[in-house]
Design a protein around this ligand. Structure first.
Ligand code: GLC
Length: 418
């Protein structure tokens, strides 16, 4: 019953060969949403799963960047749309990227596909594009083994408390007048406050003035953070890209990918924050740790980068959080001063982050911790619907409904716990 519902959500949100996250609130193709959706489609329509990824890469830039939004067609319920980003590309896109889950989702999709021959054909076509995307992250955003992000929206954890201090340093004096659309559709207390939005938009304008790339931007961008999420996700994705390339006999990519992996592995521990006793994001402008623990911290397991002694400390933290909330995993430490059970990335649970963290924990053989997250995700989706995010204290479904990646997460993972 729930499985049928989940499949129907993906069908309803399909716009030909790509899936929108949800109608009206997010009416275009989003980068990481789409990769999770592909894995969901893979459970009942393999050809459609691969189409999703091809559609996503139609938005790739010449420099390899895979944008966070692809505006395949015009819809006016969303701000900031193509007229604000001004990408000068066809299709129009945003000018920043998102967490690079594509290679990992592709490897998982390949593992689950019954038609391996078709899957391999698709991967062969996508591989050079995927490689170019990873190379863009390394070349354009690499900083001594850490990867920089230039906008909170690039992290996918848009409104996380980690970004606040750095974001508020972005000047807003040249901000063009604008009208946001999200609060027409969703209660304001579940969305970012206005002041924050001004800084998001000012930063967007700054990036746009530099055509979103280049050395001058790297030297002057006021917001430059090594996000623990992106760094964990990319490191893992490099390994999955290497696996895909080698499995298909495309060995020309191996040496370069291996160099990236080594560089990132060597730098990873710089994101260990002594104050928090956890992996945290690092501010590359202020050159300091951001001592705020989020669900992103636990993606270090997914990166496969946590040494034995740190694993125990992190598991203790996880257990402590588990006592404070009914549903794991809150997006912010429930004892943090900014914790807010309802607001976007300041407390609520996100099913896709749960999937990645649980995957990492399981691979490190922490089955009990992984299973708690799996069971809680299953309970949320079963009892509170296919919502965008959930209140970790009472499970209430929040944000957009009829949500694609919630449905996809059910199909490829959460239903195993029912
Ligand atoms: C929000 C989320 C982001 C997601 C997008 C579409 O902006 O923060 O991670 O990709 O919605 O679902």
């Amino acid at each position: 019953m729930l499985t049928e519902q989940a499949e129907n959500i993906l069908r309803d949100n399909s716009r030909g060969d790509y899936t929108i996250p949800t109608d009206k609130l997010y009416p275009f193709q989003w980068n990481w949403d789409s990769c999770f959706c592909a894995l969901g489609w893979g459970y009942f329509d393999e050809p459609r799963a691969w189409e999703e990824l091809h559609a996503l890469f139609r938005g790739q830039w010449d420099n390899g960047m895979l944008p966070h939004i692809i505006f395949h067609q015009n819809v006016d319920t969303y701000f900031p749309g193509p007229d604000v980003w001004k990408s000068n590309t066809d299709p129009a896109t945003s000018g920043i990227s998102q967490p690079p889950v594509a290679a990992t989702m592709m490897r998982m999709l390949y593992a689950q596909c019954t038609d391996k021959e078709a899957a391999e054909k698709n991967i062969k076509t996508l591989l050079p594009k995927l490689f170019a995307f990873h190379k863009w992250y390394q070349v354009e955003r690499g900083h001594d083994g850490l990867i920089a992000t230039y906008h909170p929206w690039e992290t996918g954890r848009d409104n996380s408390a980690e970004w606040e201090e750095a974001l508020y340093k972005v000047p807003t004096d040249n901000l063009e007048p604008y009208q946001r659309r999200d609060t027409d559709l969703i209660a304001a207390d579940e969305r970012p406050p206005q002041k924050e939005y001004d800084h998001y938009l000012s930063l967007l304008q700054f990036l746009r003035n530099h055509n979103y790339q280049g050395q001058e931007l790297r030297d002057t961008v006021p917001f430059k953070i090594a996000d623990i999420g992106i760094n964990s996700i990319l490191l893992r994705a490099h390994r999955d890209l290497l696996w895909l390339a080698e499995h298909l006999g495309e060995h020309e990519y191996s040496a370069e990918i291996k160099t990236w992996i080594t560089e990132m592995e060597n730098a990873f521990d710089r994101m260990w924050c002594p104050k928090s006793q956890n992996y945290c994001s690092y501010d590359l402008v202020a050159e300091k740790h951001i001592p705020i623990e989020t669900s992103g911290s636990f993606l270090a397991f997914y990166a496969g980068c946590v040494p034995e002694d740190k694993q125990e400390t992190m598991l203790n933290t996880l257990e402590h959080w588990g006592e404070k909330v009914k549903f794991m995993l809150p997006s912010l430490n429930p004892e943090d001063q900014y914790f807010d059970q309802k607001r976007y990335w300041r407390g609520p649970v996100w099913p896709i982050v749960n999937f990645m963290v649980a995957t990492g924990l399981k691979e490190c053989r922490h089955h009990e911790h992984a299973d708690r997250i799996g069971r809680d995700t299953c309970a949320l989706l079963t009892e509170h619907g296919f919502q965008e995010y959930f209140n970790p204290l009472d499970g209430q479904g929040l944000g957009g409904d009829h949500f694609s990646w919630a449905a996809a997460t059910w199909l490829f993972w959460a239903q195993d716990f029912s």
